[in-house]
Design a protein around this ligand. Structure first.
Ligand code: ASP
Length: 324
């Protein structure tokens, strides 16, 4: 038996202690612990890495604290457009949906694409029709609404229409730094969610889901549903990313973690470090990723102030952290 493990993230960005009160911090920590315990249980019962990451991301989508499913950020037009992907490292099977507006759980639609379609990536209305044909739940736009994301969007609109990362926006609001006259750092906030796992058979899987970046242009697709950019799994590593999506696409970030291990013989930790601390910053890419390999090693690097993150090995206590 392999040492089964699951890791999750709830986005990276300007997450500082100063911008967080104790009650809010508790909420995040408890949410992450709850999701990790659910994933840990699936692995402990002999479930697959693919099932564990799908369920972990579904639970993160259900939680309004994170920018995926309920609690997603708004586009420039005040609408919601969600992206998700899932990949099975054992078979290289993958499924993804982009720009969906009516799916309660985009990750379940991505999983249905993986399981039941000859295609890999569906977008927009076609993705929703496919999900509906698979019996998945459709919701109205009100389902995704949270006052916090709405306020962030309003502030972003008042700041020269910049797009911003979810947790950066939250930090600026908390610091009172988002008056209309203040520039918002467009690179400072990401709230995507993701999970990676290695199961008892040594199989790997990854899943990622997001509402994207606050105030994004309608039709913009980030790295999350792009296989190899924001989500990737093979028999070497499973990776889920969060951050400035355009840079993760340009560096093919998630795939690069596995590729450097396969072709250059790097360890999981060193490979992920080079991507997050060297290759992404070289083009102003901000964010982080979570990764596991088939020996059960875990790494959770980020180049922002914080990243909601944690991991849980079967039979061991759950580990959760927020700050650097
Ligand atoms: N990577 C996501 C995107 O660009 C945003 C995030 O991680 O919060 O859509």
């Amino acid at each position: 038996m392999q040492p089964a493990v699951i890791a999750i993230h709830g986005g990276a960005g300007t997450i500082t202690r100063a911008a967080m009160d104790a009650a809010r911090e508790r909420e995040y920590i408890e949410a992450l612990q709850h999701v990790l315990q659910a994933g840990q249980r699936i692995l402990a019962e002999g479930g697959s890495a693919l099932d564990a990451v799908t369920e972990a991301v579904r639970l993160l989508e259900e939680c309004p604290l994170f920018n995926a499913g309920k609690g997603a950020v708004l586009t420039h037009a005040g609408t919601y457009e969600l992206d998700a992907a899932v990949m099975d490292g054992a078979t290289l099977a993958a499924g993804a949906v982009a720009c969906v507006t009516r799916l309660r759980n985009p990750v379940l639609a991505a999983r249905a694409v993986l399981d039941h379609s000859e295609h890999v990536l569906f977008a927009g209305a076609g993705a929703e029709a496919f999900a509906q044909s698979q019996g998945l739940e459709l919701v109205g736009p009100d389902y995704y609404f949270t006052q916090a994301r709405h306020d962030q969007w309003q502030r972003a609109l008042g700041n020269a229409g910049m797009a911003l990362l979810d947790h950066d926006g939250a930090a600026l609001v908390a610091q009172g730094k988002t008056q209309a006259s203040d520039p918002i750092d467009p690179d400072s906030k990401f709230g995507t969610v993701g999970a990676v796992a290695c199961d008892g058979r040594g199989n790997l899987a990854a899943a990622t889901s997001t509402g994207g970046v606050t105030n994004k242009q309608v039709g913009r697709v980030g790295d999350t549903p792009v296989i190899g950019a924001g989500c990737y799994a093979d028999d070497v590593a499973a990776v889920s990313a969060t951050g400035t999506g355009e840079m993760f696409i340009r560096t093919v970030a998630a795939h690069d973690v596995a590729a450097q291990m396969r072709y250059a013989g790097l360890s999981l930790e060193e490979s992920a470090r080079r991507v997050v601390m060297e290759k992404l910053p070289a083009i102003n890419g901000r964010g982080g990723l979570i990764a596991v390999d088939r020996a059960g090693n875990v790494t959770l690097p980020f180049n922002t102030e914080g990243m909601y993150r944690g991991f849980a090995r079967v039979g061991e206590a759950v580990n959760v952290s927020i700050y650097g």
